[in-house]
Design a protein around this ligand. Structure first.
Ligand code: UD1
Ligand code: CA
Length: 473
């Protein structure tokens, strides 16, 4: 027996004023659809069909770029005729396996969780229901379908627009998430009619249809207060982001992470942070970032898909697909571009960019330097303003620097080039040939002194200045 999932994702979200499908709008850096799919994956459900409509190519693109083993089918709802109509588009998918149950989810309610999905399924199966509606009790039920309870399950779901004044007082609402016996769902769908206030095929009418066939319908109240929460406009989307942001930060507070101030702080769901790490304001931790223990992640850091060791100190660092090992100290104003690896105890100072390079243990790149496509050894010292000249306008080349080398200030290392272990380069040199281990490479003309030259220049400049600023004479 296997269970199906149908995710309703046909909506446009007109009030969002976007040409994206609503489900691709992001909460904490991930499309709402991704939140819903990952809740299914967390529940070990892997037969998924997404019903798409508005700008459906964008949904296809998103799903095919998605990293995961789950094969996700799609079905097209060409016309938007209601939630029941949306599920009808997935009938071919459902017919492939009618033996088990089908979970219906709204692609624009990102906070559905595995505990709710599994708890509702257990309830659905133990009560032998044909349909189990996931519900929640909320302070303002306006707009939601109301749950009509009986002593033995439920007798229906009434849409807000179809409610009597008494029914409007019910605060238990339909979250839009349901478990159906697949065979029962397939029986009910053809019987849906558009006889309601919105002339739509309401999926919710399946409840009464199945009860009419002598089957059972029940409700399962989720413990998750946000289970039904979606967004209709940008304000609502921001509210979802705020909720998600707070949930993730709360989780890490409980795990022993210190947040100095949460202003502007956002931590993606897939990020991990070690005990004793301190996160300052305006820090963004994104993607699959893993941060070790006892780090200091200072103001304004943006860390994306990067692995940071223990005891690392980052200050105004942007890191993308990078690795930083234990006790490295980096910043302020440093960018680590993809495939950079800063090893243990290394120091990277202000206005330094590292790209596709390894910086060895205890190496120091203190100021105003570009290290690109380079393999740098241990305990190397970079003077101020070193540039690896890695690109000739067509191709990129690598630079290799051996252990204990000393690269003088303002050295250009024109790659491909190798600097041997312990070698020196003189300040201001443009190095175009390999430097043997232990040698000094010096590339600059001998200094000349031309007596009186500057005095003659200065006279003309002084006259000009005095004309411009007579008051300074
Ligand atoms: C629906 C429920 C309501 C419930 C609410 C929870 C019905 C009739 N009502 O309300 O009881 O409280 O969800 O949010 O089902 N969609 C399509 N195609 C359509 C219509 C909708 O794909 O033709 C998708 C939407 O993109 C969305 C989901 O279905 O992801 C729910 O649609 P929405 O219009 O928000 O639901 P309501 O009818 O307001
Ligand atoms: Ca809705």
């Amino acid at each position: 027996m296997s269970n199906n999932v149908v995710i309703l994702a046909g909506g446009q979200g007109k009030r969002m004023k976007t040409n994206k499908p609503k489900v691709l709008l992001e909460v904490l850096g991930e499309p709402m659809l991704e939140w819903v799919i990952s809740a299914c994956e967390d529940s070990e459900l892997d037969r998924i069909c997404v019903v798409k409509g508005f700008e459906c190519e964008q949904i296809d693109e998103y799903l095919s770029a998605r990293e995961s083993k789950t094969e996700i089918e799609t079905a097209l709802q060409a016309e938007r005729l209601g939630t029941g109509h949306a599920v009808m588009q997935a009938v071919d998918f459902l017919k492939k396996d009618t033996s088990g149950n089908t979970l219906i989810l709204c692609g624009d309610a990102p906070f559905i969780d595995a505990e709710t999905i599994k708890g509702a399924l257990a309830h659905h199966e133990s009560t032998g229901s044909a349909v189990t509606v996931v519900t929640s009790r909320i302070a303002d039920p306006t707009g939601y379908g109301r749950i009509i309870r009986t002593e033995n399950g439920i007798s229906g779901i009434r849409e807000h627009k179809d409610c009597t004044p008494e029914e409007l007082l019910i605060d238990e609402i339909n979250s839009g998430c349901y478990w159906f016996k697949t065979s029962a769902l397939l029986e009910a769908l053809p019987e849906l009619k558009q006889n309601n206030a919105q002339a739509e095929y309401y999926l919710t009418d399946c409840v009464e249809i199945l009860l009419g066939k002598g089957m059972r319908a029940d409700a399962y109240t989720s413990r998750n207060p946000q289970v039904s929460q979606g967004a209709n406009d940008r304000k609502g989307l921001l509210a979802l982001n705020d909720i998600a942001r707070k949930l993730v930060i709360d989780k890490w507070l409980n795990e022993g992470v210190e947040f100095v101030c949460t202003d502007g702080v956002s931590v993606g769901r897939k990020v991990t942070i070690g005990i004793g790490t301190r996160i300052d304001s305006n820090v963004k931790l994104r993607g699959k970032t893993a941060i070790g223990e006892n780090c200091k992640i200072g103001v304004g850091c943006i860390i994306e898909n990067s692995v940071i060791g223990n005891g690392v100190d980052l200050n105004y660092v942007q890191a993308y697909n990078a690795q930083v090992d234990d006790n490295a100290k980096i910043g302020p104003f440093v960018q680590l571009r993809p495939d950079s690896h800063v090893k243990k105890g290394a120091k990277i100072g202000d206005f330094v960019e590292i790209k596709n390079s390894t910086v060895g243990e205890y190496t120091c790149v203190a100021h105003l330097t570009y290290v690109g496509d380079s393999d740098v050894g241990k305990n190397v010292n970079f003077g101020c303003g070193v540039v690896t000249v890695n690109f000739d306008g067509e191709k990129k080349y690598r630079t290799t620097i051996g252990d204990n080398a000393f690269i003088g200030c303002n050295t250009n290392l024109v790659s491909p080039v190798n600097i041997g272990d312990g070698a020196y380069t003189g300040a201001g040199s443009t190095i175009t040939k390999d430097v043997p281990a232990g040698a000094l490479a010096l590339e600059r003309t001998d200094m000349k002194i031309i007596e009186g030259y500057a005095d003659r220049k200065l006279k003309a400049r002084t006259e000009k200045f005095e004309k411009l600023h007579p008051e300074e004479k």
